[in-house]
Design a protein around this ligand. Sequence first.
Ligand code: NDP
Length: 292
Amino acid sequence: MTTATPVTVLGLGAMGSALARTFLAKGHPTTVWNRTASRSVPLADAGAVAAPTAAAAAKASPLVVLCLLDGTAVEEVLGALEGAVAGRTLVNLTSGSPSQAREYERWAREHGAAYLDGKIMGDPPYVGTPDIMFPFSGSRDAFTEHEETLRELGTVTYHGEDAGLAAVEFLAQVAVAYELLIGYLHTLRLVQAEGVDVEEFGARVAASVPAYPALLTSMAQAVKRGEYAPDLGPLDVQAALMDDMIGHRESAGVEAVRMREVKKLMDRRIADGHGGQGFSSLFELLAPHGRP
Ligand code: NDP
């Protein structure tokens, strides 16, 4: 006899199907629903119950997981769930913003359901392994009650009662990746322009990655304390190097706009009398006007 929590999955795209398959594989009685009914067939063949409507699917389980394309889809499906979610926990794994998550949390509360917002950092084949991350936020009681089930999906973290915090974490982590990787692409362009093999260069950059965790942590500590040691050297010295880097890019015909932006920030800090501080002190200039 199974003791695993029954789970409903609404939305059987690439990701929703991977979630439903994982719950099934881990022994959870699983009910599924998808707008296009034919997508339920493979799951039903694998042992899930295919419900005829989203509301019938939601009524079947205490834990109801939504994984849909976007906010428009979530709003449409929630509209069909009025009266079907009281007493249940809604877990929304659809990508979206912090404000959407807070709005869905209000909707859930008004309809008698607990709400957890989750975001997915990884691809469908990794669902059910530790190599995919699921940040969650929202009802702490619901998280505690269903933590074991949610951990079946991958590496799970809980970020607090404010339902928007999982989306904050997701968007911030994605932003770090894009900011780093656009810088990397600019540099590959530069290296290639100089006739260096980009693949071999990439391997050398990859080998230097172990140096970064300590730097990332110490920069975050400097920002939190507002105390800026000369990390990467004092700004006075770094600014001189930036001129060389900008000149190098320009002479190689490579876009230098982001380097010029960094140099502008360094020059402002130096002009304000902070030339002895490190790179992390540029943080002081990154708030919109007048905000702390
Ligand atoms: P798919 O495009 O494969 O599936 C989208 C799902 O949303 C389908 O079930 C579709 O139903 C449903 N849907 C779309 N519009 C509506 C609507 N108006 N009403 C009801 N259902 C609707 O997307 P994924 O499964 O890949 O992605 C789902 C979520 O997971 C997204 O938010 C995505 O950002 C996130 N995610 C996906 C990753 C991935 O690699 N796939 C990685 C990380 C996050 P139908 O079949 O009827 O069209």
